[in-house]
Design a protein around this ligand. Sequence first.
Ligand SMILES: O=C(O)[C@H](CS(=O)(=O)O)OP(=O)(O)O
Length: 230
Amino acid sequence: MRYKYWSLDDCHHASGVVVVIDVVRAFTCAAVVLAGGAQRDYLVSGVEEALALRQRLPNAVVMGEIEGIKVPEFDFGNSPSQLSRINFQGKTVIQRTTSGTQGVVRSRQAEKIFAASFCVAGATARAIRALKPAEVNFVSTGIRDDGRGDEDVALADYLAALLSDKQPDPRPYLERVKNSLVAGLFTNPDDPDFPSADIPLTMDLDRYDFAMPVTWEEGIAFIDIHSRQG
Ligand SMILES: O=C(O)[C@H](CS(=O)(=O)O)OP(=O)(O)O
């Protein structure tokens, strides 16, 4: 299997099997709300788009952020520790984030997309392996010019090792999340936007036994419980 690495800047060229990665925090949040009972998690690019979709869909709530800060009109921010305390049974979630959902929306050449974080890593690797692809494309959505994004590249490296049957020790990969630049924002347990409890959740390897394949309907991307694999 061959592996290619992409960022938000060039992922519009990625084709075939594409794994869109956002460890801190969008796709940790996506897994949390699906595990918490959400029927569907729509992944959108714009704030207005998210709010308009909420108007159209029954039992819909919006979660996400701009640069990590909850949008006042949204129901929830982008904190997996806060979202893990909510019952999403019967709800449809609409998610808009600065990095993760943009990666999905921009990967328009992909034939198959998986949204991924460490808490669904094992199931994601199994779902990819079942497709027997010759090549896997990893989009690390957190990469920025200032050095941010190593937490996403760490997951790409870990998945590549898993897919190569190397039986990797996960600890050095998870250490990279802890030591990432973005993790340094999460020092205060009471910070409403960057609570310190979020980082341990983003490092909770295989917390959930499902992958998050993305489906498109009428031009809108979503993950739903019927698409779960792994
Ligand atoms: O809220 C987050 O963790 C980030 C904010 S940003 O990308 O660092 O501005 O968003 P996400 O899309 O979850 O990476």
